[in-house]
Design a protein. Structure first.
Length: 124
């Protein structure tokens, strides 16, 4: 996976630029495009990308209870805010899904870390 300069991406999004995938010659790993003058094709004719399919799947989950609070980096929040506004992404669901994937991938290590340690005076 190619490393993305989150600060440059957030800055470009704040300034209202269209941001494409990072290019190899990109100075800050973010390429800023000028707005196109052509009209986009109707939504039904645009093929969904893999990320759009993932966002749709996450938005349609009904097993997340997003009442918890998580603090994240300001620049990451800026990117998520734009995804929410432009693509109607349920950000709480995305964060829940990402953390769920992390926990599933590392469940054995996590179980070891949170397993109560024995107390030689109380465990008799």
């Amino acid at each position: 996976m190619e490393k993305i300069d989150i600060k440059a991406l957030a800055r470009a999004l704040k300034e209202g630029h269209d941001v494409s995938a990072p290019g190899p010659n990109s100075e800050k790993n973010v390429e800023i495009k000028q707005p196109k003058q052509k009209r986009l094709p109707k939504k039904s004719t645009i093929h969904a990308t893999r990320i759009e399919e993932l966002m749709s799947t996450i938005n349609n989950r009904d097993d997340f209870n997003s009442n918890g609070c998580v603090y994240i980096d300001t620049d990451l929040h800026e990117v998520l805010r734009h995804l929410k506004l432009r693509k109607k992404l349920k950000v709480g669901y995305l964060v829940s899904w990402l953390i769920e994937q992390f926990i599933l991938e590392h469940h054995e290590d996590i179980a070891t870390l949170i397993k109560p340690k024995g107390n030689r005076f109380m465990d008799k």
